[in-house]
Design a protein around this ligand. Structure first.
Ligand code: ATP
Ligand code: MG
Length: 413
């Protein structure tokens, strides 16, 4: 990101609109008032802070992306990208990671790489602003994972809640592939190889980021300050932390088949919304209904904005009123589902249309990915050079080492 010039800073602090946009990110400073001095100070700090921000995230190519990905991470990436609040952004397709539990189905992974890339572009990721690449094409990531393996114990991996849940989800209890088991280690390598400071992900990834932070601390403690400790960036909206599946299961996930895909056709979206899990005890319209655990309302929490009421359900002023009516009784599931369907159609239609445009030139997408891989590889190689040096395995670029050995052997004679 270009550092803000004095003129940029002056423009921001002189415009109420621009200044209000950054105020929310400076609660402490703006707490002291909004004098010219405070404003300048705030914008300067913001400038410094965001100059060094490196954002990184990825998705497994195990299927097309769904609305859980969108609210959990993808939308945030696009917003950050468009706001320019970062120095570098890396987004990767985690094919090597996907192979750890699809080892006998490489074709599935291969087919879905392009699907994920199309979903990225359809949602607004822009390869001129973000480096989009494929994990397996960066061999430095394997190398770094290999070194990280010495910093983590088997019991620590066994305690990782994400690993535990994912093992259960896949019925792997007695036959866990080692590659899958070491998922948090390879993820730590993916993050640190690019010196990422900020990782926008869904809540399910929290223990993974925590483990990556532990690995960085341990590495830096043993080998000296080399790697950057990443921070997780969770969605602000609680409903988006872990969007449930259309079947009401705790997480919408490609592997569970309970998804609404971003590229879904209009009639499929409608079918899925109309057969969604609600409150199983809400049998008749006049019965009082439950909001908690009611997937339709969770999706409304995630997607509904005030203008949707004006457009599709003007009888209600807002979501609170709709919820209150449902809880009192007298509001049927079908009416709420129709409302949700209208919102989903409005949200997904532009994404689907943009995707269709990108589908017209598939070679260009592979080209874009290849260029992204080249940029990513150079960045990872740079970090690995520091890592090898810190770990004292950089034998051939260390002239001092050779001189030292010459001296040692000469003295022994
Ligand atoms: P798989 O079943 O193959 O693991 P997945 O649907 O869980 O696929 P991932 O590729 O593992 O998707 O996740 C990619 C990103 O999307 C992660 O940041 C994850 O936190 C986020 N994410 C995935 N599912 C959800 C969800 N239901 N709600 C919020 N965020 C999600
Ligand atoms: Mg997953």
């Amino acid at each position: 990101m270009k550092r803000l010039s004095y003129l940029d800073i002056f423009n921001i602090i002189s415009s109420e609109h621009e200044y209000n946009k950054i105020r929310t990110r400076f609660p402490v400073y703006t707490h002291f008032g909004h004098s010219f001095f405070i404003r300048t100070f705030a914008v300067n700090i913001l400038n410094d802070k965001e100059m060094g921000k490196i954002i990184l995230t990825g998705d497994r190519p195990t299927g097309r992306l769904h609305i859980g990905h969108y609210v959990g991470s993808l939308k945030r990436r696009v917003d950050l990208q468009n706001a320019g609040q970062y120095e570098k952004m890396f987004v990767f397709i985690a094919d090597a990671q996907a192979l750890t539990d699809n080892i006998d189905n490489p074709e599935k992974v291969r087919q879905n790489v392009i699907e994920v890339a199309l979903d990225y572009l359809a949602c607004g990721l822009d390869p001129t602003k973000a480096t989009i690449f494929i994990q397996s094409q960066i061999p430095e990531l394997c190398e770094l994972s290999f070194y990280f393996m010495d910093l983590v114990t088997v019991s620590r991996l066994q305690r990782n809640p994400t690993v535990k849940t994912e093992i259960q989800m896949r019925n792997f209890e007695t036959s866990i592939p080692v590659g899958f088991f070491t998922y948090p280690i390879s993820q730590a390598a993916d993050i640190t190889a690019f010196r990422a400071t900020t990782v926008p992900v869904g809540e399910d990834q929290e223990p993974m980021i925590e483990q990556a932070r532990e690995i960085v601390r341990r590495f830096n403690h043993i080998y000296g300050d080399t790697l950057v400790e990443p921070e997780i960036l969770l969605p602000d909206n609680a409903a988006c932390l872990r969007l449930p599946g259309t079947d009401g299961k705790a997480k919408m996930s490609k592997s569970l088949g309970n998804c609404i895909y971003l590229s879904e056709e209009a009639d499929e979206i409608q079918k899925k919304v109309m057969s969604m899990f609600t409150d199983p005890d809400h049998l008749r319209v006049q019965d009082p209904g439950k909001i908690e655990g009611n997937t339709v309302f969770t999706y409304l929490d995630a997607f509904c904005r005030p203008e949707h009421f004006e457009r599709y359900l003007p009888d209600y002023p807002d979501l609170n009123e709709l919820k209150a009516h449902y809880q009192r009784g007298g509001l049927g599931d079908v009416k709420v589902k129709r409302f949700l369907n209208a919102i989903m159609q409005e949200t997904l239609e532009p994404i689907r249309n943009r995707r269709k445009e990108f589908e017209k030139d598939i070679p260009a997408i592979y080209d874009m990915l290849k260029q992204g891989c080249d940029v990513a590889r150079a960045a990872a190689a740079d970090t690995l050079s520091d890592v090898r040096k810190a770990m004292k395995i950089n034998y051939f670029d260390d002239a001092d080492l050779i001189a030292e050995q010459v001296k040692k052997f000469a003295a022994e004679k």
